[in-house]
Design a protein around this ligand. Sequence first.
Ligand code: ATP
Ligand code: MG
Ligand code: MG
Length: 387
Amino acid sequence: MDLRTIGVLGGGQLGRMLVEAASRLNINVIILDKPSDSPAKQIQATKSHVQGDFKDPNKIKELAQKVDILTIEIEHVNVDILETLSKEKKEKIVICPSPTTIRLIQDKYVQKLHLFNNNIPVVDFIEINAKDDLNLVSEKFGYPMMLKSKTLAYDGRGNYVLHSSEEIEKALKFLGNFKTPLYAERWISFIKELAVMVVRRMNGEVKSYPVVETIHKENICHMVIAPAQVNGLILENAKIIAEKSISTLSGAGVFGVEMFLMSDGHIYVNEIAPRPHNSGHYTIEACETSQYENHLRSILNIPLGSTMLKVQATAMINILGKSEDFQECLKPCAESLSIPGTTIHLYGKKECRKGRKMGHITVVADSISQLFKRINPILRIIDENDS
Ligand code: ATP
Ligand code: MG
Ligand code: MG
């Protein structure tokens, strides 16, 4: 579909699914990641992959020399070199999303401030520079209170729920005693978490995917249900807020907008991912065009595909590592083999660890009740494994 080559910083499961979509379109993708057999490299046979860290400026430069467009599957990359590359006149390269957006999103505090300044609803938040700040903030926010790392956070690993002042020391130790900067958020008793994937093409065309419900366990996404089981007004509002949030950021690509829904219908934006997102895996089987294909189309500046659901209901269940034993993860997958409408995705990760995303199962159905009949046996096995 296009002769240009795309370079991807990061070679995990998101890169792997991006490569899957690219291969159907004959689009050449080159991956930068440390392991020579990272999930994305495993399924793209080329000698051109770059072996190295996506934080290493020299390796990013090496990748840039081989490609026409650079994109990311993880935001924790070296953004200084991306900025330099985007300014170099001689060998100007397209970088999606823009380095400015990547930098802004890398720091969750700066990101929140940006959203707040653009009148996007966010929960109360405040910078924490010393232990005493926490005592002061607790008077305002009360307990529980969420303490978060500003940077390098994923799967809730930079989060700590503080229940009382006695836990402050433990929380600070857990989050590295200010080695990475911190901020606090008011605790939100949401009734549901919602997410919307929004895709924007280079020429400015925007499409969004259906509003989904995301269900987290211990801060990690456990399951996604689409369409979200909320009323039409909330669906419309979530879509408007998601699109408005993305309109404040520059660059082409797909973005995941995570939100909290309150019992009175109020919606807050939690955070934005400037790339394909876990809450959009379901689009591979359940939408007319997947988030991965539309990410490619958006950065290549070719017409976006429809983002409509082509089934009545769908769920995505993450397969998370229980221990070092990968075989444990295969139990829910084995169960799903005999359930109609299921698709198993395993990521080819060499090491299994507790909480690591090893794969996912997508289930499609003709109705919400049929969907729950189909997913319940899978969830039961995951619950048994957990207990
Ligand atoms: P991701 O893997 O999505 O990047 P992350 O490490 O950046 O995750 P957050 O998205 O900030 O972490 O938080 C993870 C989860 O923790 C949220 O999805 C939500 O379930 C819970 N959470 C986050 N902030 C709050 C809050 N202020 N109040 C209550 N729960 C929260
Ligand atoms: Mg995050
Ligand atoms: Mg999150």
